[in-house]
Design a protein around this ligand. Sequence first.
Ligand SMILES: C[S@@+](CC[C@H](N)C(=O)[O-])C[C@H]1O[C@@H](n2cnc3c(N)ncnc32)[C@H](O)[C@@H]1O
Length: 245
Amino acid sequence: MRLPWKIVRRLPDHHYVPRIYGRSAGKMRDIRHDERFMRAADPVVKGEPRRSLLYYDRLHTLYQAFENACRLSDVGPHMAEIGVFRGGGSAFLASLAVAFERPGATLVSLDTFEGHAGADLPTGREAVHVPGTFGDRTSYDDVRDYLSAYPFVNVVQGRVQDRTEAIGRNDYGLVHLDVDLYQPMRFGLDWFIQRMASGGTIVVDDHGFTTCPGVAQAVDEALSVATRPVAKFALLTGQCVLVVV
Ligand SMILES: C[S@@+](CC[C@H](N)C(=O)[O-])C[C@H]1O[C@@H](n2cnc3c(N)ncnc32)[C@H](O)[C@@H]1O
């Protein structure tokens, strides 16, 4: 049975979890016991006003992708988040770079900051998404000020398809693609698969969500034409992790 969101959001300390984990679920380690993770995740999850749509589960995937990116080189990692909304996901990644004392880390945080663009919705709608979705309660100035504590973060406004000069490097260790729609997701995948450091990770949000059907389609198509080997893991969080070899 699926509980209504009105009830779920009042449950103490957890979201709705489907019964697919089996008997050993109770023995699993709780990611919230990892203090280093929690020091970065708690401000994003619990801060007022709430700055990210991501909860502990999906933040933990980004956390692991960050750790892996650090293993690729003593310098960096170079990161990008495409689809930033109110800036919480980018703040999480930036705070990890500080906590892990990573010299030379960089982060490009790119969004229209006006929500979905009409140009990305040629039929006017994709599932629940229409032009302007996520355009409320955010702006370029607000997010730039919010992230100004991190001088290595470059906040860029515009469609990812129109701001490629800001994401032209070819040694990304970690990219978070969180744009919901087919067109920018397909563009972002084609762009970044070619530009990842060997062993770098692309975390695709919303891949398993019925509300974002274009995301899985974009992943399938991009992988079918990719000129580099890519390992794909569709996670129970709804994210898809792509490790580019
Ligand atoms: C689900 S929100 C991102 C959530 C954010 N990562 C977080 O941590 O809360 C999706 C974002 O994708 C952005 N977006 C959609 N199409 C885009 C495009 N073509 N270029 C850049 N950003 C885009 C929207 O403006 C919206 O802010």
